[in-house]
Design a protein around this ligand. Structure first.
Ligand SMILES: NC(=O)c1ccc[n+]([C@@H]2O[C@H](COP(=O)([O-])OP(=O)(O)OC[C@H]3O[C@@H](n4cnc5c(N)ncnc54)[C@H](O)[C@@H]3O)[C@@H](O)[C@H]2O)c1
Ligand SMILES: Nc1ncnc2c1ncn2[C@@H]1O[C@H](COP(=O)(O)OP(=O)(O)OP(=O)(O)O)[C@@H](O)[C@H]1O
Length: 539
């Protein structure tokens, strides 16, 4: 091999692809010097009388030889990678030139045919339909763009097929292929069903209503049974509970359910409360949704989370009364409970359908089995953190089998949009309107400067894995409760649950959300700038 050239076979099968060594920065000088030093080592070893040399020197020379060899291989590898990159660059340039030429040809042909047919969009539509609304508005469209204030008019995108005068005209108009977009979502049993179909004429996507609007609940028959859930150890909650149970029973003639603890408290108050119903063991809780028309919570956000956690499937509408400190999900004031409940029982009421996440822990040992552990439903978030370990958590994150990232930090929060104002907010996540469907992906103290939070679409399944090379296990907690250890190889699967939590609104979901961030967080509170001072017109 010539010392001035390095011969190698490139990955395109071009044998003997020589790499010139004229440029010192391309790594050839390195490989050459390495080559020379390897040779020098070789010569040195041959010249040195081996006999009588001590063991250490032999070992040292062997090591030197190995290092020189490794360095030579690395330099050769670098040179071959550079040759490969150069070949790709050459091919890319060729492809680009070819594409530019083709584009130019196509543009010229289009221009030629447009000139021939007088086929500019606006003209075409105007000519084809003299009686159309478009024609009426045509004066407002600019001749070149068919736009109003820089925005394309919807009228231009309308299918004029039925109005056109003749087949010939129609053929001229229908140049772009029309298509339909279909919305799909996962059915309850994992099967897919058609959720909605929106048709877009002529291949132009205009608008699509994807997010749910304000939802209104109207009773078709009168509610009969109410479940009251209360925050424990609070005197004000206890007093309100007594008043509310009495009023619901005596004035509204409703059946009232409470938790066993609350029934004991009520009976301690008065034996007249014996009509209040409860359950004996937790298995009865799973049937509550079939008996209860309405749930009332007395407490803070934690009590709403508690109420939601009691329903592992469908959840009856919840009317949350605020007896806590923050109250993002508790818009009703306890002082006016009679008026509030009157209007709720009468209906119709606005509700917020709060999405929940379905979370399942899959153990490494059982990863081929389905439904190994009881899933969790969370209204706020699932958190995967380092627990008491002082090491960084190391979490591999996938979204529908696409690798997302590796979290190295204190942990990760997968939050609903309702939970966006809770822990996720504290970790730097965005605040999101609770009616927006999506999964917030918010790192906790990531040890990286560029790890911004993400918001993923509602239909994805997120998988968080503790890799086998992780220094410590991780811990998952669900709405701040039920901590589960995730050992190396274990995973947490998280997707949107089919059973949302309907919470009654004081006004509507947007108004209530904005009120909660203003009142609860004093969002963007700033003293208003004074009127006096410099103004634009003075400049
Ligand atoms: N650093 C943090 O901000 C942090 C730490 C741990 C837990 N949390 C949150 O606490 C929640 C559990 O609540 P809890 O009441 O059982 O425990 P808690 O009594 O410790 O209350 C935590 C606080 O979070 C508030 N909160 C709960 N849900 C909220 C929501 N959706 N929007 C705005 N604020 C909300 C509560 O009003 C309360 O002030 C967890 O789901 C988690 O979101 C927050
Ligand atoms: N019925 C219940 N049974 C057991 N625990 C409950 C019940 N209701 C609420 N909790 C728990 O009590 C804790 C405090 O409740 P909550 O958040 O409603 O009150 P708060 O802390 O005074 O209000 P805020 O969260 O607005 O400051 C929460 O952790 C919640 O899970």
């Amino acid at each position: 091999m010539s010392p001035s050239k390095l011969d190698s076979t490139d990955s395109f099968g071009h044998e003997e692809a020589s790499v010139s060594c004229s440029k010192p920065e391309n790594g050839c000088v390195d490989s050459l010097s390495i080559f020379h030093s390897e040779k020098a080592v070789e010569e040195l070893l041959q010249q040195t009388p081996v006999a009588g040399m001590d063991e250490h020197l032999i070992e040292f020379s062997e090591a030197l030889r190995t290092v020189a060899k490794a360095l030579r291989r690395a330099a050769e590898g670098k040179a071959s990678a550079q040759a490969e990159a150069a070949e790709w660059k050459r091919r890319y340039e060729l492809e680009r030139t070819r594409n530019i030429q083709m584009e130019q040809k196509a543009r010229m042909a289009e221009q030629f045919s447009a000139e021939k047919n007088g086929d500019l969009d606006c003209e075409r539509v105007k000519n084809s339909d003299n009686q159309s609304m478009l024609q009426n508005e045509s004066n407002e469209h600019s001749e070149t763009g068919c736009m109003k204030h820089g925005i394309w008019s919807h009228e231009v995108l309308r299918d004029r097929e039925s109005d056109s005068n003749s087949n010939a005209d129609r053929n001229k108009i229908m140049r772009k292929a029309s298509f339909k977009l279909s919305w799909w979502c996962n059915g309850e049993n994992g099967d897919q069903h058609k959720h909605d179909i929106v048709s877009f004429e002529r291949g132009n996507i205009t608008t699509a209503e994807r997010s749910s609007k304000q939802i209104s609940l109207k009773w078709e028959s009168d509610p009969q049974t109410v479940l009251i859930l209360t925050k424990p150890n609070s005197v004000s909650v206890r007093i309100l509970c007594v008043q509310m149970v009495r009023w619901l029973r005596e004035r509204k003639k409703l059946n009232v359910y409470v938790e066993p603890r609350v029934k004991v408290e009520l009976l301690a108050e008065s034996s007249n409360f014996s009509y209040v119903q409860t359950w004996k063991d937790d298995s009865e809780i799973s049937h509550l949704h079939m008996k209860v028309d309405l749930v009332i919570t007395l407490g803070g956000d934690g009590t709403v989370l508690w109420a939601a956690s009691m329903f592992k499937g469908p959840v009856p509408p919840i009317v949350p009364f605020s007896l806590g400190s923050l109250g993002f999900m508790t818009p009703f004031h306890s002082e006016h409970f009679k008026d509030c409940l009157d209007s709720v029982l009468r209906g119709p009421i606005s509700i917020t359908l709060r999405h929940r996440l379905l979370c399942r822990v899959v153990r490494d040992a059982a990863k081929n089995e389905y439904e190994t552990e009881e899933p969790f439903l969370v209204l706020n978030e699932v958190t995967i953190d380092r627990g008491i370990s002082s090491y960084l958590t190391n979490l591999e994150c996938y979204c529908d089998n696409s690798f997302v990232t590796c979290v190295q930090g204190d942990g990760l929060i997968l939050s609903t949009t309702s939970g966006s104002t809770a822990y996720s907010l504290a970790a730097g996540g965005s605040m999101v309107h609770p009616q927006v469907p999506g999964i917030l992906f918010t790192p906790i103290c990531p040890h990286s400067l560029s790890f911004r939070p993400l918001i993923l679409p509602e239909h994805v399944t997120v998988r968080i894995m503790v890799p086998f090379n992780s220094r410590s296990p991780a811990w998952a907690s669900f709405d701040g409760k039920d901590r589960k250890l995730l050992a190396a190889g274990d995973a947490l699967l998280c997707s949107m649950a089919p059973w949302p939590v309907p919470t009654a609104c004081q006004v509507d979901s947007t108004n209530d959300f904005l009120r909660s961030i203003h009142d609860g967080l004093h969002w963007n509170l700033r003293k208003t700038q004074s009127f006096d001072g410099p103004r634009d017109r003075d400049l």
